[in-house]
Write a protein that binds this ligand. Structure first.
Ligand SMILES: CC(C)(COP(=O)(O)OP(=O)(O)OC[C@H]1O[C@@H](n2cnc3c(N)ncnc32)[C@H](O)[C@@H]1OP(=O)(O)O)[C@@H](O)C(=O)NCCC(=O)NCCS
Length: 196
């Protein structure tokens, strides 16, 4: 099995995997408001491919907290039902979080099941002063600091990444450049060979 950066030709298979995993009405969820007309973070959006079939996907979107603090929204993530509980979900999450950290992102937020995401360090405690632009079960509103203290004092509503860079976004992009974001990761490079 290979885990690689998602390419345009994977899109249809990813949609099928997501529909099978979440149902066709998944786009009605509040988090999808944050993804509208915004491109995912391509260097963090991974697919697991086995025998030319997409069996796992993870994507991230850039967002702003309170209009000023850049972060990334994890999700959706899905693994083909035939391969679940084999560790692929954890591989996709750990690999992408390491890449996010190396790319200079300082925190991650998501809406998902705490019993699953707590093993990666996600906690509700970090989102207590944040809100979402629609209804959501707040117990599922979680965050992780990639840099300790990066969410300290951060509050406000999650919002879409702006089309024009704000000062906060410019600072974030500069930090990512300093961290060497994207360096050495060719789009078609094989990221990981999982044992057969
Ligand atoms: C969530 C998902 C991506 C995990 O992928 P995976 O490859 O099965 O994950 P792992 O093998 O790393 O971990 C499996 C473990 O997580 C547990 N787990 C999976 N989903 C869980 C959930 N929503 N809540 C709590 N535990 C969960 C499994 O029971 C399993 O436990 P075990 O190790 O004690 O058997 C996969 O189950 C999936 O695609 N689910 C449908 C889509 C979905 O719900 N995605 C978002 C989750 S909020």
């Amino acid at each position: 099995m290979n885990i690689t950066i998602e390419q345009p030709h994977h899109a249809a298979a990813i949609d099928t995997l997501l529909d099978n995993s979440f149902g066709p009405n998944r786009a009605g969820k509040t988090v999808y408001r944050l993804r509208e007309n915004v491109a995912p973070v391509s260097e963090l959006s991974l697919v697991a491919v086995e025998d030319d079939t997409v069996v796992g996907t993870i994507r991230y979107w850039p967002i702003l907290i309170g209009g000023v603090t850049p972060t990334i929204l994890l999700g959706p993530i899905a693994v083909d039902s035939s391969l679940r509980s084999g560790g692929l979900g954890a591989q996709l999450i750990r690999l992408s979080l390491n890449r996010a950290s190396a790319a200079g992102w300082r925190s991650v937020v998501l809406v998902g099941d705490a019993p699953y995401y707590s093993r990666f360090g996600f906690t509700r405690d970090l989102t207590l002063n944040m809100s979402l632009p629609g209804p959501v079960d707040l117990d599922r509103f979680l965050a992780l600091e990639l840099v300790e203290g990066s969410l300290s004092g951060v509050s406000g509503m999650l919002g879409r990444w702006p089309t024009e860079p704000t000062p906060a976004v410019r600072v974030e992009l500069a930090a990512r450049q300093n961290a060497g974001a994207g360096a050495g990761f060719a789009a078609d490079r094989r990221l990981l060979n999982a044992p057969a």
